[in-house]
Ligand binder design. Structure first.
Ligand SMILES: [Zn+2]
Length: 373
C-alpha cells in the first residue's frame, strides 16, 4: 500500500522535524485502518465490476495520458489524443459525441481493477466557444466535533459552500493560455451526500473536506495539524483536506478569512490534485528552495514570480497551464502505480528528496539568476 504523504502548509509554521514526524505517525495510523477498509471494498467492488460490467466502448470515450507536453493547451489536446490506452486519465468528448457520464467513468488501475478516482477530467471540444476542460471533484464533507466524533456535513451548508467558492475562484471559469486562448477550466462538483441519488459506483473514491478536524483544542499530538493542510494517498485512494476551527488554529495565528481563505482552499485542493508545495522550507536547518521561477511555472506580477503552490495567500496568483499539466501528469503517474505528487523543482536533501515534474520543460530559475548578478 502506498504511504500516505503529508503536505502541511508550513510556510508560516516551521515546526520541528520530530514534531512533524510524531504527527505523521499518529495520523497515518488512524488513516491506515480506514484506507485499508476502503481499499478492500474498492478492490472487491472493482473485481466484481470487472466480472459483471462490459468495458465501455472505446469510440465513446478516448482515454489518454499526458507525457512531457509542451507548455501550451494545444499540446495538452494533442497529447491527450495521442496516447490512447485504457489507463488513461482524461475523458475526451469529441464534437458531436454524446457526453460521457463522469459518475460511470472509471480507469483501469493496477492489477486490472476498475477504479473510480476522486478526481476525473473531461475534455470537451467545442466548435465556436473555447474548448472546455472539466475537473470533476468527488468530495465528502465532514464535520468533527470536540469529542472526536465525525458526521457527514451537508454540501449545501455555508462551510462547504465557502470552500467551493474558494476553489472555483482559482480553478473555474479561467481560460488557460500561454498567449493563445484555447480552453477554459470548470470545476464540476460531485458530493458523497448525493451518491445514492446519482447512482455512483460503490467503488467511487472521495476526497474528504474535514471541518474542525486535525487536532484537539488542547493541542495535544497536533504538530502541523493546527493549521490548514491536506494529505492524500492519490486519486485512487483519496485524501483529506483539513480546515480547523478557529479555536484549533495554533502557533498564535488567526484563522484566514476572505480572499486568503479562498486562496487557502484552492492551494490545499491543489495538493489533493497532486501539486506539491513550491515555497521554500527549512529541512535540517537548511533552506530548501522548491520552485524554479520562470514563465512556464509562474506568472509574474509586479516583479514577483507567483504560483498558487508557492504563494498560498497571494491574491494575484492564478492557475497556469503548467499546473494543469502537472495535475494530469499526477493522475497519470498514480494510475500507473507511481508517485502522484508533482514537484516544481528537484530537491535532493535528506528528508525532502523530490524530482521535478515531467510536465515542466523549463528548469531555469530566473529569480535566482537575477539575484546572482
Ligand atoms: Zn501547501
Amino acid at each position: 500500500m502506498k504511504k500516505v504523504t503529508e503536505r502541511g502548509c508550513n510556510r508560516c509554521l516551521k515546526p520541528g522535524r520530530s514534531q512533524i514526524r510524531t504527527t505523521i505517525a499518529t495520523h497515518t495510523h488512524r488513516m491506515r485502518l480506514r484506507r485499508l477498509v476502503g481499499m478492500i471494498l474498492a478492490l472487491a467492488a472493482g473485481l466484481t465490476g470487472m466480472l459483471m460490467m462490459p468495458i465501455p466502448a472505446a469510440d465513446t470515450v478516448a482515454y489518454a495520458r499526458v507525457k512531457r507536453p509542451k507548455s501550451s493547451s494545444k499540446a495538452i489536446k494533442r497529447a491527450t489524443r495521442k496516447f490512447f490506452e485504457s489507463r488513461a486519465v482524461v475523458a475526451i468528448v469529441h464534437r458531436g459525441e454524446s457526453k460521457q457520464d463522469m459518475d460511470d467513468y472509471a480507469i483501469d488501475a493496477q492489477w486490472g481493477v476498475r477504479a473510480y478516482p476522486a478526481v476525473k477530467y473531461r475534455y470537451i471540444e467545442k466548435k465556436k466557444s473555447p474548448d472546455l476542460l472539466e475537473i470533476h471533484l468527488y468530495i465528502r464533507y465532514l464535520s468533527y466535533t470536540g469529542t472526536g466524533s465525525v458526521k457527514d456535513l451537508s454540501p449545501t451548508g455555508n462551510r462547504a459552500k465557502a470552500y467551493r467558492r474558494g476553489v472555483e475562484r482559482f480553478f473555474s471559469g479561467r481560460t488557460v493560455s500561454d498567449g493563445t486562448k484555447t480552453f477554459k477550466l470548470k470545476v464540476v462538483w460531485h458530493s458523497y451526500a448525493y451518491r445514492t441519488r446519482d447512482a455512483m459506483a460503490d467503488a467511487q473514491v472521495f476526497y474528504e473536506v474535514a471541518f474542525g478536524s486535525g487536532c484537539p483544542v488542547d493541542g495535544s499530538g497536533c504538530g502541523s495539524y493546527r493549521w490548514y493542510h491536506a494529505h492524500s494517498a492519490g486519486p485512487l485512494y483519496g485524501g483529506t483536506l483539513v480546515i480547523p476551527d478557529a479555536k484549533q488554529i495554533g502557533y498564535g495565528r488567526a484563522p484566514v478569512t476572505g480572499a486568503k481563505y479562498q486562496a487557502m482552499a484552492a492551494h490545499e485542493t491543489g495538493h489533493l490534485l497532486g501539486l506539491d508545495d513550491a515555497y521554500a522550507c527549512v529541512v535540517n536547518g537548511h533552506t530548501v528552495d522548491r520552485m524554479a521561477e520562470n514563465s512556464e511555472t509562474c506568472c509574474k506580477v509586479a516583479g514577483q514570480w507567483l504560483n498558487l503552490m508557492a504563494t498560498p495567500f497571494a491574491r494575484d496568483t492564478q492557475l497556469l497551464v503548467n499546473d494543469v499539466e502537472m495535475m494530469l501528469e499526477s493522475e497519470s503517474d498514480a494510475a500507473d502505480g507511481g508517485a502522484f505528487m508533482q514537484s516544481y523543482r528537484s530537491v535532493k536533501q535528506a528528508g525532502a528528496d523530490t524530482r521535478i515534474s515531467d510536465a515542466i520543460t523549463d528548469h531555469t530559475d530566473k529569480a535566482h539568476a537575477a539575484a546572482a548578478r
